[in-house]
Ligand binder design. Structure first.
Ligand code: GUN
Length: 284
């Protein structure tokens, strides 16, 4: 079994990004990410703090807008309008989930697609499905990068994506399809998941249930990518896949933590850099 080390891979990518940022700064361009956090969800606070720290470590600019939980949709849209119009801002990220009184789709569609470094707006989603240039959501993009770094070519593989969210499952399936995999998408309403998973060469698990994928559900030599982050009652972080019992059965597996998670942030920086280059160097 080969352990897919997301921490080391993301560090390598961040080092490359930092070198590019330093060169851009010599041309007077500082790639800058604006993060908007609405409310005080503790997990979201941790995530945005990590994103900001990573920007600074790569010498990028980072602007944080913390808004109270009772911010109105209109106030949030007004802020997005200001950031859209501000040429010093290359990427705009609205941390999800938003409070229930705010319509997430309405908000996401206000972000300028050229600054939508999360790749969540309909234009970027459409570009992904059509195989056109655009921003690809960071977690699935990070998974594709991990596969590349470990010389895993999805072409011809039976890939099973478990989860159908706009953030992970749907864009992941599109990327794997574009790469020539035979893609199945399973979700909470899927019947007989084990029949599908036992046939899969590559499993991407974005389920949200601790240790859900067991050895009897996977075939010998499978490649397992675990997107889950679940906290057990004892405080331990575990993925959606039963790592300890799977590690001797599969050929490749990502750990949790230290697998997919660090790649998400590296791809956010990569997308912000891409935005700065495309908008300010006219590189496409
Ligand atoms: N919430 C959970 N994951 C993400 C993400 O990748 N981007 C944003 N904006 N919010 C999230």
């Amino acid at each position: 079994m080969t352990l897919i080390d997301g921490k080391a891979t993301s560090q390598k990518i961040k080092d490359e990004i930092k070198n590019e940022v330093i060169k851009l700064k010599q041309k007077g361009i500082t790639p800058t990410l604006a993060v908007i956090l609405v409310g005080d969800d503790p997990a979201s606070q941790t995530y945005v703090a990590s994103k900001q720290k990573a920007c600074l470590a790569c010498q990028m600019g980072s602007v944080m807008h913390k808004l109270s939980a009772n911010t109105t949709e209109q106030e949030l849209i007004s802020l997005i309008d200001v950031l859209n119009a501000d040429d010093s801002i290359d990427g705009i990220l609205v941390q999800l989930p938003l409070p229930k009184h705010i319509n997430t789709n309405e908000i996401l569609r206000k972000i300028d697609p050229k600054k939508d470094v999360d790749g969540f707006c309909a234009q970027n989603m459409g570009a992904l499905v059509s195989g056109l240039n655009g921003f690809v959501p960071c977690t699935p993009l990070g998974i594709m990068e991990l596969l590349k770094q470990y010389n895993i070519n999805p072409q011809g593989l039976n890939a099973l994506v478990i989860g159908r969210s706009n953030i992970v499952g749907k864009p992941m399936a599109a990327l794997l399809l574009n790469a020539g995999a035979t893609v199945t998408i399973a979700h909470s309403k899927t019947k007989n998941l084990a029949d599908l998973s036992k046939n899969a060469d590559l499993i991407i698990a974005a389920i949200g249930k601790a240790n859900f994928i067991k050895p009897e559900m996977v075939k010998e030599g499978a490649i397992i990518i675990d997107v889950g982050i679940n906290r057990l009652e004892n405080g331990k972080l575990v993925g959606d896949c039963d790592f300890e019992n799977l590690k001797d059965k599969c050929d490749f597996i990502t750990p949790v933590p230290g697998g997919v998670g660090p790649m998400t942030i590296a791809m956010l920086l990569s997308n912000t850099l891409k935005s700065a280059k495309e908008r300010k160097l006219n590189e496409r």
